[in-house]
Design a protein around this ligand. Structure first.
Ligand SMILES: CC(C)(COP(=O)(O)OP(=O)(O)OC[C@H]1O[C@@H](n2cnc3c(N)ncnc32)[C@H](O)[C@@H]1OP(=O)(O)O)[C@@H](O)C(=O)NCCC(=O)NCCS
Length: 146
């Protein structure tokens, strides 16, 4: 049975490992995650049956709106609805606390992530051409919460 919950500081080791596996040379460092953890952010994890985080998401918390900065699921746990359930958990939390909008930005080449976000009802509202150093475009999505 997998469980979704807000992350604890002790989960940072596992989050750093998930980052490395999912984002490789673009992974955030432990220092970045630790300092982000105590700022305006929400971290949510999914734990396996042993209680070990196998997926996480982070959101920049701007009080009535939020921006998802990371969603990452370890490879062996993908295509099982893990990311979908974590984002739904976040959406329920935001709605219950009066948030109005949830934003995110995704690389135009990240097909899995784009399918995931569109599946959840996010709407594309902007494109930034050649936004990333790699030359790829950025797509901006919004979900209205009220
Ligand atoms: C993107 C990512 C988070 C998806 O996680 P996941 O747990 O596998 O996604 P889910 O199983 O919840 O998928 C939900 C829906 O998204 C879509 N989707 C997800 N992965 C897909 C894929 N490989 N191909 C096609 N559609 C996909 C489907 O519509 C899917 O619903 P379905 O399985 O009922 O068809 C995961 O692939 C990942 O960690 N990628 C690397 C990190 C990353 O790029 N994160 C996003 C940018 S920050």
């Amino acid at each position: 049975m997998m469980e979704i919950d807000f992350a604890q500081f002790d989960d940072i080791d596992a989050i750093v490992r998930i980052e490395g596996e999912c984002f490789m040379n673009e992974a955030w460092t432990r220092e970045m995650i630790e300092s982000d953890f105590f700022k305006r952010s929400i971290y949510i994890v999914t734990r396996n049956e042993l209680g070990v985080p196998i997926a996480y998401l982070s959101m920049l918390d701007l009080e009535i709106e939020g921006e998802i900065l990371r969603v990452a699921v370890k490879k062996q746990y993908r295509r099982k609805g893990v990311a979908k359930r974590m984002i739904r958990f976040l959406i329920e939390h935001l709605k219950a606390n009066g948030y109005q909008q949830l934003y995110l930005e995704v690389k135009s080449t990240n097909e899995e992530a784009i399918k995931l976000y569109e599946h959840l009802g996010f709407m594309k509202f902007n494109e930034r051409k050649h936004y990333y150093g790699s030359g790829e475009d950025a797509l901006n999505y919004i979900l209205l919460l009220d």
